[in-house]
Design a protein around this ligand. Sequence first.
Ligand code: SF4
Length: 451
Amino acid sequence: MMGRQATKRELFVSVSLDEYVPGDHLLRAVDRYLDLSEFRSNLAGSYSHTGRPSIDPELMARMLIIGYCYGIRSERRLCEEVGMNLAYRWFCRLGLKDKVPDHSSFSKNRHGRFRDHDAFRQLFDSVLRRCMAEGLVQGEGFATDASMIKADAQRHRSCPGDVGIDWGDAEQASRPVREYLTALEQANPIPPVPKRISLTDPASTWTAAAGPAIFAYSTNYLIDLKAGLIVDVEASAVNKMAEVEATKIMIDRVEEKFAIKPQRLVGDTNYGVAAMLGWLVDEKGIVPHVPVWDKSEHHDGTFSRSDFIFDVENNQYVCPAGKHLRPPRSAQAKTPLRYRASVYDCQVCELKPKCCPNMVARKIDRSPQEPARDIARAIGKTEAYRVSRRERKKVEMLFAHLKRILKLGQLRLRGPSGAHDEFLLAATAQNLRRMAKKLFMPKREAELAMS
Ligand code: SF4
């Protein structure tokens, strides 16, 4: 007999949301390791003691974590989803009848006092501290990389960078424009004129690094290689120098905040510039597992710089013919030096066609960071470096996860502070997910096996 479901309207139901959330649900695991007491106390000073109670900042933080964990980018949709999904309600500590905040008041708080108090940085730090307490951060090896994220700026709302733009009254301008003008005022030295500038988000970078030119920001990650957890994140312009500076900022900040300095740093060729290698080796004492940015190798059959031996004691190069290349007498120690062979030696040398066929005598430039570059070159030939190269993929995988699973292929917020907030929240969600999967899921599986 064909059954028919009895549709009985129950006027009163007694429901415990806890029963409806599966034991192995990701949010159950995230909830176990998330402590928002610090987040709440940090914001306490920004709320008045009188008047109508505001939306609970902890509720908004929990909603944002859901949004970034599940790739729900729109605030309006996030509010709808939290209203409909039982697991989301349970995670937000909302009962079945509790009202979900309206998306407009939700975004007002998010872009107001949360930003003023750098609340997302504090949230990221508290999650990282928990990861450290759980033994997931070793501090031995860090990897760094940057990934380009499209800005919320259309190309048709832009103009050439060398056209003088009248931004009008700065007080009346939009927040991204105000941020841009403030940064420009404080910049020292003044940044070069960009090829194109966006009128909606002027601080974003016009770049064609990944296909047709777009406006974008870079998200820079510094990760611990043990469990692939993000130990710091920084928003920057999309260019090599800005990304290198972002890595320096992150290494200093992690050392200052958590007293952790890695023994080795793993990165790609972008971080192999002389200034960065010199900073790592000479100032920080960090071993660079980074390929050297080296333009000195010749591919036309003539001698490269590596064919010359540097004699440290006498501060000179020795060429394949055994002659000496010396620096100028009035050389400054902090500027690149040009070492020159004697014209008399080169003119009569049999090796000249293979050495300097188009020059009177051979010359070699040596940067003040050359010892650091030599260290990086020597490390590049070791087995440990090959292991580091494989480990570097962990940071690339985090970027792939960020774009494909968390759906952060494009920013929704504008300006450097919008990028800063979004990158921090996404990194927090990635750390929470990873911590939950590393610690909670295996425990849960073991509990299920025992029962
Ligand atoms: S050309 Fe000059 S620098 Fe080159 S190998 Fe001969 S002597 Fe040495």
